[in-house]
Design a protein around this ligand. Structure first.
Ligand code: SAM
Length: 267
């Protein structure tokens, strides 16, 4: 990375590669939605209770480029709510679609993609000559982003980030407003990360929800990691949290059944 953000975007040597990450060949397979039936031993197949998105089936799904993969809702239980929230691994591992391309066109560099996953947006921005950095807690996500030509750092958005206060655009796509389980706290944190006059492009849930959840990542065989806090917010709840955090709404649109907002930090 170079340019407005200076040298503190440098990647630590230990963050450069994931030797276990194999080169990807061919297009990702289309996803199949297989919902595992509840079973008595479902919870007995856990991987070691390490870090969410790292010591759970997310790593394997990113390496394979496909699911099926879910967030299992552990609480609070709500009548009529699906227990499994599908994670769209195939779409995340594919090239940007029309809705993504629309978002990319609204980015002013330099761009920070928070929870970049396998990095389709970071790679696309880089190939357009826009300075972009992905941050993600998952080593497999960081490895895959780099493999596809993007720059990525293994780090939590709640830890110190390179170029704080200087990013032109921050991206919060694919449900990532749920990171940390407290959208107001996340949006306040990102308000400090973007430069004055900079923007946040955020994707909301496509239904009108405002939920604080405990979830875990789980595959179709019941393998799972440990529980962690998550949130699901539709546009109304997202805008309420954004307003509290000091963001100004400058755009709102839907594309491919996905819901997006554009927010600005006042100059
Ligand atoms: C719902 S997935 C979205 C994936 C993604 N946007 C994509 O294109 O693949 C959430 C992503 O956020 C990452 N994540 C979770 N908590 C995080 C945190 N505290 N800081 C940074 N990334 C985080 C996960 O590792 C995962 O890649």
């Amino acid at each position: 990375m170079s340019g407005a953000l200076g040298t503190d975007t440098a990647v630590e040597p230990h963050e450069r590669s994931d030797p276990a990450f194999p080169p990807q060949t061919g297009a990702p397979l289309p996803g199949r939605l297989i919902v595992p039936p509840p079973s008595a031993d479902r919870f007995a197949t856990s991987t070691a209770p390490g870090e969410p998105w790292t010591d759970d089936p997310y790593t394997q799904a990113l390496r394979a480029g496909r699911g099926p993969l879910y967030l299992r809702r552990l609480g609070p239980r709500a009548h009529g709510e699906a227990e499994l929230i599908p994670l769209e691994v195939e779409r995340w591992c594919a090239a940007p679609d029309a809705a993504d391309t629309d978002v990319l066109g609204r980015c002013a560099g330099p761009v920070l993609d928070v929870g970049c996953g396998p990095g389709r947006l970071v790679a696309a921005l880089s190939s357009r000559g826009v300075t972009a950095l992905g941050v993600d807690v998952s080593p497999a996500a960081v490895a895959r982003t780099r493999h596809h030509g993007g720059t990525a750092l293994r780090r939590s958005v709640f830890d110190r980030l390179p170029g704080e206060g200087r990013w032109g655009t921050v991206l919060l796509m694919d449900g990532n407003v749920g990171i940390g389980g407290d959208p107001s706290a996340l949006l306040a944190r990102l308000h400090d990360v973007v430069r004055p006059g900079g923007r946040l492009l955020a994707e909301a849930a496509d239904d009108d929800v405002d939920q604080r959840l405990t979830v875990r990542v789980e595959d179709a065989h019941g393998h799972h990691g440990r529980p962690f806090p998550w949130a699901r917010v539709g546009a109304t709840a997202l805008l309420r949290a954004a307003d509290t955090a000091g963001w100004v709404l400058t755009g709102r649109w839907r594309a491919d059944s996905r819901s997006f907002v554009e927010l600005h930090r006042a100059t």
